[in-house]
Design a protein around this ligand. Sequence first.
Ligand code: ADP
Ligand code: MG
Length: 685
Amino acid sequence: MNNQTPVIDIKGIGEKTQKLFQKLNIYTVGDLLAHYPRDYETFKEPVMIQDAVPGEICAVRVCVVGIPNLKKIRSLNILNVNVRDASGGMQLTFFNMPFMKNLLKSGGFYIFRGLVQTRGPVKIMEQPKLYSQEDYSKQMQFIQPRYALTKGLTNQSIQKAVKQALTFYEFEQEYYPEEIMSRYQLMPYREAICNMHFPLDYDTMLLARRRIVFDEFFTFLILLQKNKDVNTNIPNLFPMKDVEEISRFLNNMPFQLTKAQSKVWEEINSDLSGAYSMNRLVQGDVGSGKTIVAVLALLKCVCNGYQGAMMAPTEVLATQHYETICEYVEKYDLSFRPALLVGSMTAKEKRSVYAKIESGEVNLVIGTHALIQDKVNYHSLALVITDEQHRFGVRQREKLADKGMTPHVLVMSATPIPRTLAIILYGDLHISVIDELPANRLPIKNCVVNTSYRPKAYEFIAKQVAMGRQAYVICPMVEEGELEEAENVMDYAQKLRAALPSSLVIEPLHGKMKPAEKNHIMEAFGKGQIHVLVSTTVIEVGINVPNATVMMVENAERFGLAQLHQLRGRVGRGAFQSYCIFISSNEKKETIQRLEILNKSNDGFFIASEDLKLRGPGDLFGIRQSGEFAFRIGDIYSDASLLKDAAEAVEQLLRRDPELKYKENQLLQQHLSSSFSNTVDFRTI
Ligand code: ADP
Ligand code: MG
C-alpha cells in the first residue's frame, strides 16, 4: 500500500464507504493518512455532578433513581432517566433507544459520558454514552482521534480504516537530510504520521504535529523560493502612461479615496509605469476598500490599450466584482469592455467569451482562477489581479510565465500578518498596506451571548428586516453529522422559518451547493429579495452587501477570531448602523474571554495577536486562523516560530545546494517532486 493506493483496497471499505470517503476528498491511502484528526479526545476521571460544567463533555459515575420514564411523541421514543451522586442530581434523555429502559436498573451504578447542558436549574445530558467501569478505565488509557466526518461515516469507521492503512502502508524513507533532522529536532516521518492518528500520549502528539507542520511550511517555502527566482526583476513589457480618464473617474466617484488608498494607488501607479514588471501585494483589513484600488489599476491598463484580468476565489465574489464594474462603466462612462467567466456558465457562453478575449473585443475578464488561467488565450494581457487568495497569484504567475506571458501581478489580501512573518510568507512580493478605514463608517455594535439569547436575537433580526435591512446567520456546518453538537445550515434555516414571521424570505447557502445555485442565491440577497441568509463561511471572503446590518454567528466558539473578524466585516459596509451577535454554545471562561477580544477591537491585526496570547497548546486543532494559506494543520500565528525555523532551513539548504543535487538531498528532491501538490493544498473553495 502506498500514497496512490485507492481507499477501496483497504480491508473493510466497500463501494458504499468509498463514496462517503470521497465526500471528504479522500480518494487514496495518501489522502486518508493526511486526513488528520481535527482534535483528540481524552477520557478523564468521572466528575461529581456538581462539578460538571455546562457546555463541556464529561463523565459522571451515578446511581439511577426510580424507574426510567418512556414517552412516545409521534415517531420519537423519549426516555428520561433521573440519576444522582453524593453531590446532586441530573436528568438523562435518550431518543429512540427504548431498550435502555430495561438495561438501566433502578439503584444501579453506571458511568455516563456526554455534553452537559442545563434545562432551567436542572443539569441534563442528551444521548450520553453508557460505560461499564471496566470499559471506561480502558478508554482512559488512550487518546482518541476525532476526525471531520460526513453523514453516514462515523469516527469509529475512520479510525478503523486509518489503523488498517497504517498497518500495510509502505512508508517512504525519511527524506530530510540528517542535518535538518537534528538541528530542528524533528520526529521521523513515519513515527509522526502514526502519532498524529494514534498518539502514544499528549506530548508525543505535539511532537508529531510539530513535524507535520514543519513539513507543510518547508514545502510551501521551498516552492516560494523557486518562484522568487523566476519572478524578480522581469523587465516591464507593458509600460503604461498616465491617462486622463483616471482623474475624471476619481473626481466623479461618490467618495474620496482615503489617504491610505491614495498612497497605495500611487505605489501601484508607479509600478505600472516603471522599469520592472509589478509583483505586489495589497494588504488591507476587511472593508478598507481594496476593490476600488484594483479598479483604478485595471482602468489604467485598459486605457493603455491592454487587457486586464481579475480573479476571485469563488464564483460569488467574481460575479460581485463583475457587477460592481458594470455599474461603474455605466455611471462613469469608463473604457472597460468587461466579461464574466465562471464555471457555471454553459460551454457555449464560455466559448463566446474566450473568442472575445482572444480577439481583444473584451478588455477586462473577471472570473474564478482555473478558467482564467488555463483555457484562455489573451490578445494582450498586461495586468492580473488576484483577490482574497493571493497565493494563487504566485502559482498563476508561474502558469502564465509558462505560456510565455509576464503581465503585472497584483494580489489583494485581508489577512493581517505581522511584518516579520509577512517577509517570510510574502517573500517574493512588494507589500503595500491600506491601514485606514473609510471615515464615514459607524462602528459595528457587538455582543457575545449564550444560546438563551436566541429569541431576542430573532426578534431583533425581524425588526431590522422591517426597517428594510437584511441579515446573515452563520452556522459551522452544512448538514447534520459533519461535527457533533454544532448548528447546521439546512436545519437552521428551517428553524428560523418557524421562528420568524412568515413574510420573511430565509434561504440557506453553503459550499456544497452547485455554483450556479450559490450565485443565484447571492444575487437575490444582493438585490434584497432574500431577507435572511443562513450560511456557512462561504460568505466570509469579500462579499459586499451594504444593506445587510446584522451578522449573527452560531457556535462562535468554533471559529478563529480572525475568521470571525472577516465575518463581521460583511456588515457595517454602508451608512446604516450594523450589529454583530456572537452566540457561544459553551460558557467556558476561556471562550468568553477570547470572544470578548472582538468586542474590544475592530482591528484585525490586534485581534489576531491577542487571540494568540490566549491560546494554549490544547487549542492547536479545530481553529483555523487564516484559510488563505491553506495549510492543513499549520497555523501561521501560533506556529510562527516553527515557520521561522522552516524558513531558515530552506534558506540554508538552498544556499548550499540550490538544485538539490547533493547526495544527502536526493531523497528530499524526490519527495518534493512527488508531493508538491499533496502537501500544499491550493484549493478553491
Ligand atoms: P475590501 O477591502 O474588504 O475588499 P471593498 O473594496 O469591498 O472592501 O469596500 C467596502 C465598501 O467600502 C464598498 O462598498 C466600497 O464602495 C466602500 N468604499 C471604498 N473606499 C471608500 C472610501 N474611500 N470612502 C467611502 N467608502 C468607500
Ligand atoms: Mg474585497
